[in-house]
Design a protein around this ligand. Sequence first.
Ligand SMILES: Cc1ncc(C[n+]2csc(CCOP(=O)(O)OP(=O)(O)O)c2C)c(N)n1
Ligand SMILES: [Mg+2]
Length: 422
Amino acid sequence: MKERSNNRKKQINSPKKRGSRNLSARNKKHAVKTRKSNNSYRKAESKSLEYNLESSTTTQKSGRSDEPFQILNKEGQLVGEDPKLASGEIVQAYHNMVLTRILDEKLIALQRQGRMGTYVSCSGQEASQIGTVLALSKDKDWIFPMYRDMGMIIQAGVSLKQLMNRIFGNSKDEALGRDLPNLFAWKEKRIVSFAAPIASHVPLATGFAMAARLRKDDSVCVATFGDGATSSAEFHVAMNFAGVYKAPIVFICENNQYAISVPVSQQTASESIAVKAVAYGFEGVRVDGNDLFAVYSAVKKAAEDARKGIGPTLIECLTYRLGAHSTADDWKKYRTSEEVETWKKRDPIQRLKQYMIKELKLWSEEEDQKLRAEIDARISEAISVAEKVPPPKVTTLFDGIYSSVPRNLEDQRDELLESGSA
Ligand SMILES: Cc1ncc(C[n+]2csc(CCOP(=O)(O)OP(=O)(O)O)c2C)c(N)n1
Ligand SMILES: [Mg+2]
């Protein structure tokens, strides 16, 4: 360990090797900070990545900063530049955040009752997901989501009915039961299918963005992933390629503090995830991911830059998953109740609600109760309808894969039909 830390010191003290002579003023700031944190090698293993989400006096005007960019503080007060969304858009986004939260809770209960398969919860991350989609062009932009992004699917306009058919994988599901509940994809909404190996979709999204550039269409691609995904080779390959070719892509890391049980402090020795963009030659932005307005503003700016050919952006949304990683683990084994309680006070739904009630004066507790009851009833109804729809016919397995079904598959299909089990 001693030898290792000496080597690290040598590297750190060798600016030529680090290429810091060519760094811009902003990057130098990052370099200095990195040097400082590398000197405390032992500490880096146990400390969490530091940031201040408690400030009620933040005055940042843009998202280009080391401190998380915030517009609505946790009390729901405006502390940054108002993105001037229309009232209708704010209420719609709020509605979708509440819908996502209640649906999430109900789906966990359904899994516990043995009525659906494994499910990955998104409670706590609604502002990151809904704020992102709100900032995109519905007619142009493409989304490569991760498994936890149900809020994005809802904000993109997939109906509750469609979503429930997908979750039960019934015969009315457009994917005919081929996807796992969380592997969302809707072609007509420009949402591309997710593959379970972490970060495998990030280079694909980058290639897709480049294809748009070559076709001379001005669509932008958004790829979302977790903090754990940033340790994968695919993340770095995609970032490097996107930086070199100025691909029209926005990388969004939903840093929810854990990759299953591994805290982000053990995921990276960097001072942040956003700072990784600096090495690839483009902007990294750290955003309070529980602040709908901050996420919206940062993604909007990044999408505009991508569309103009300025290049990609990496946005790190600091957020928290309030529940377990999935219905297959117990969060009490790897985090404290105090930590969860701290993050509950930064709840993205509560802060937007407070802003709508106190500052915009377009919402009330009564309306809120009414909305929640309505959503609850709509979800229960959608579940009971979708659950009764029969599963797809087994022979649909052979449909929609090849333009003409190969002989060997035709034989297997005939065999299945003759066996009478189809
Ligand atoms: C290549 C690969 N390695 C491991 C896994 C198992 N795995 C599934 S989810 C997950 C954690 C990912 O964490 P993060 O990227 O932070 O996303 P989060 O689940 O926290 O939203 C892991 C390790 C996987 N699916 N693919
Ligand atoms: Mg994570």
